[in-house]
Write a protein that binds this ligand. Structure first.
Ligand code: ADP
Ligand code: MG
Length: 245
């Protein structure tokens, strides 16, 4: 359904992504591994169409159609959503209103209360709360996950925050992913947690903006542990990646 073709993205004179090609199937969970700064979030932003993340070359195709020139809101209408790296900022709304606005308009998705329960928040205690700094960072992250669930997106790009994810939240991420896939969503999962990455059908590993390998999660996780932590090749962005094996 989504295909990235030979995507190169530059910032200044540096390639942040180099010739990345990758295709996601419907209902697939695809996890992305890579050390900090290897371009995982950038790939998510390029798929979502963030203004500063247009490709220097290459394409993003949605069901065969080139969407490389589309804005974020046009892509959102196709059912693409990006969540999580930054907590939700929708001050002035109540939690229930925010989730209601997020809800997929076909009415087939879970209710607002069901979405809250799925992330471990009691609806009675949270529906009327203001979406502001009286909620903890963790609560906001969970509410944003609940919003993704309410949306029932065709493609959810879940870019896990670098910090602030506790063991409890991991279980909620898993709940939400399972519930989304059951209803037909495709998930691009950017995670540091192996137990989450293991839910994937396929995993890819990025290194210095290049896609090194795609394969079964166990195989790619093993490769990542053996070759990326620490990185076993010359980690210079402008050097050719030296094959690992
Ligand atoms: P990851 O998510 O894998 O940690 P990122 O995609 O955030 O990595 O970043 C990849 C590289 O691109 C980093 O070297 C980062 O500094 C650089 N980068 C990301 N966004 C910008 C930007 N807006 N301007 C300049 N460099 C950027
Ligand atoms: Mg990142």
């Amino acid at each position: 359904m989504l295909e990235i073709q030979d995507l190169t993205l530059r910032k200044g004179n540096k390639n942040i992504l180099s010739n990345v090609s990758l295709a996601f199937r419907q209902k697939e969970i695809h996890s992305l591994l890579g050390r900090n700064g290897t371009g995982k979030s950038t790939l998510g932003y390029a798929i979502m169409g963030l203004p500063e993340y247009g490709p220097a070359s290459g394409k993003v195709l949605w069901k065969g159609r080139d969407i490389s020139g589309m804005s974020i809101s046009e892509r959102a209408k196709l059912g693409i959503t990006l969540a999580w790296q930054e907590p939700a900022r929708f001050e002035g709304l109540e939690v229930g209103e925010y989730l209601e606005l997020s809800r997929n308009k076909d009415g087939k998705g879970p209710s607002v209360s069901e979405c809250l329960r799925e992330v471990g928040l009691e609806p009675e205690a949270y529906l009327k709360r203001q979406l502001d700094e009286t909620l903890s960072g963790g609560e906001r992250k969970r509410i944003e996950l609940a919003a993704v669930l309410a949306m029932q997106p065709a493609l959810a790009i879940l870019d896990e925050p670098d910090s602030g994810i506790d063991a409890l939240s991991i279980d909620f991420i898993k709940n939400v992913i399972r519930a989304l896939v059951k209803k037909g969503s495709t998930i691009l999962l950017i995670t540091h947690h192996e137990s989450v990455a293991e839910m994937a059908d396929r995993t890819s590993v990025l290194c210095s903006g290049k896609l090194l390998k795609t394969g079964r999660p166990e195989e790619i996780s093993r490769f990542f542990r053996n070759h990326c932590q620490p990185c076993t090749h010359v980690n210079e962005p402008d050097e050719e990646v030296i094959p690992h094996d």
